[in-house]
Design a protein around this ligand. Structure first.
Ligand SMILES: Cc1ncc(COP(=O)(O)O)c(C=O)c1O
Ligand SMILES: N[C@@H](CCSC[C@H](N)C(=O)O)C(=O)O
Length: 431
């Protein structure tokens, strides 16, 4: 068992919580277990991500359980007063969460992965790597909650945040300097589905400031469609509430880190603030991820059909598989598909409201990535926390409708949407 006096080499954490890698403990497969002799279930060759999602390694389970058990415990008994063992307290580490994190490391192909309570707490933990005087470059089209957290940081901490059009390399270049700590990207962006050149921005950022970290919110793509670390980013994170879990029955965040030293600091922060994912939610997320490939395949196929139909009705549709998308080629060079979220404008806020409210199958709801199809108006819902004048400055249209496509039969989805669009041509008074 690990000794608390030698935490870095043996144990999962010291009393000041500096290191987290558990030694060979129950449920935690050793790194690179693909080739490990201790895990006879796993073949030696590198597997494709869709296969990795299903193969959850659990080599040390005493009963060979097929699914990872839920260690629903806050504390772990120690064998002595001075030896913490692999786990002592669930905030610092828990075997169910470790199994999930080990699984995520394979899927995200990163040095270390962490699971947190929400996507926002994942971003919060990452942003705490910054210190007073640092600068952050972020997009001007980004999730409303991300904008809110960045606004808090720039208002109350001595950290400068530049919101720029991250699809424009010159705009990013102009903001880079020796104080740049993070370049924070979404690609595709939420909700306008704009695309950033992750490799070019990573190269530029590292050249301008070698200690700068490029962070990508990869929630829209999931690790199945895009690997941001392989594209040059340093940290990739997700709202696990979305595609990764897929059923809107849990909240989670996921962080994948490229560099071991940065990962140590991220673990320190997660342990210090206590935002690690609970054992039960870790179990649910592990279960949801097994069907990630199937879900994405079907959701994306449906989304492509829906995008084509909405465009054929004369609307301006934002979706990176469409020929009309200005960065279609760039997106295809980075990702394996367009995903399952699209947005379109109608030219009239009231008409948009009528469409949304006339849908019967598409649920009016925030969030995306769920097996059920959802429809929303970002300016009134997910992005309502961005002040109206800033939304206007950033060209976020009030009449924008966002569609998050699920796994239903595409014909039912299209029938429902087309009926809602047709009925929207009649104003409420004339009905
Ligand atoms: C792109 C994106 N990133 C991060 C988040 C935050 O995730 P969570 O709601 O799990 O905190 C959301 C939505 O909430 C999102 O849409
Ligand atoms: N009231 C919430 C809204 C959450 S939006 C969830 C999701 N990211 C989306 O884009 O739909 C808030 O203010 O955070």
């Amino acid at each position: 068992m690990a000794s608390s006096t030698d935490p870095v080499t043996n144990g999962h954490h010291s009393s000041n919580g500096e290191e987290s890698r558990p030694a060979e403990s129950c449920l935690v497969s050793p790194p690179q277990s693909v080739t490990s002799p201790v895990d006879p279930v796993r073949p030696a060759k590198r597997l494709r991500t869709a296969t990795e999602c299903v193969v959850v390694s659990n080599p040390s389970d005493p009963y060979n359980s097929s699914s990872v058990p839920i260690y629903q415990t806050a504390t772990f008994k120690q064998t002595s007063a001075t030896d913490m063992g692999a786990y002592d307290y669930t905030r610092s580490g828990n075997p169910t969460r470790s199994a999930l994190e080990t699984h995520l490391e394979k899927i995200m192909r990163c040095e270390r992965a962490f699971a947190t309570t929400t996507g926002m707490s994942a971003l919060d933990a990452i942003l705490r790597l910054a210190r007073a005087g640092d600068e952050i470059i972020a997009g001007d089209d980004l999730y409303g909650g991300t904008n809110r957290l960045l606004t808090h940081i720039k208002t109350y901490l001595d950290i400068t945040v530049h919101h720029v059009d991250t699809t424009n390399l010159d705009a990013v270049r102009a903001s880079l300097n020796s104080k740049t700590k993070f370049v924070l990207l979404e690609s595709p962006t939420n909700p306008l589905l704009k695309i950033c050149d992750i490799p070019a921005i990573s190269t530029m950022a590292h050249a301008a400031c070698p200690s700068a970290l490029v962070i990508v919110d990869n929630t829209m793509m999931s690790p199945l469609l895009m690997n941001c670390l392989e594209l040059g980013a340093d940290i990739e994170y997700h709202s696990g509430t979305k595609f990764l879990s897929g059923h809107h029955d849990l909240m989670a965040g996921v962080i994948g880190v490229k560099d071991a030293e940065v990962a140590k600091r991220v673990f320190f922060i997660i342990n210090s603030i206590g935002c690690g994912l609970s054992p039960f939610d870790s179990f649910l997320l592990l279960r949801g991820m097994k069907t990630l490939a199937l879900r994405i395949e079907r959701q994306q196929e449906n989304a492509i059909k829906v995008a084509n139909v909405v465009q054929s009705l004369g609307f301006k549709v934002n979706f990176p598989s469409l020929d009309s998308h200005p960065q279609k080629k760039l997106h295809a060079s980075m990702a394996k598909g367009p995903g399952a979220v699209l947005s379109f404008v109608t030219g009239d806020v009231d008409k948009s409201i009528r469409i949304v409210e006339a849908c019967k199958l598409w649920g009016i709801s925030v969030s995306f990535g769920c097996v059920n199809s959802l429809i929303s108006m970002p300016c009134h819902m997910s992005h309502a926390s961005i002040p109206a004048h800033i939304r206007k400055e950033r060209d976020l249209p009030d009449d924008l409708i966002r569609l998050c496509v699920g796994i239903e039969d595409s014909e039912d989805l299209i029938d429902d949407l087309v009926a809602a669009i047709t009925s929207s041509n009649v104003s409420k008074e004339d009905r």
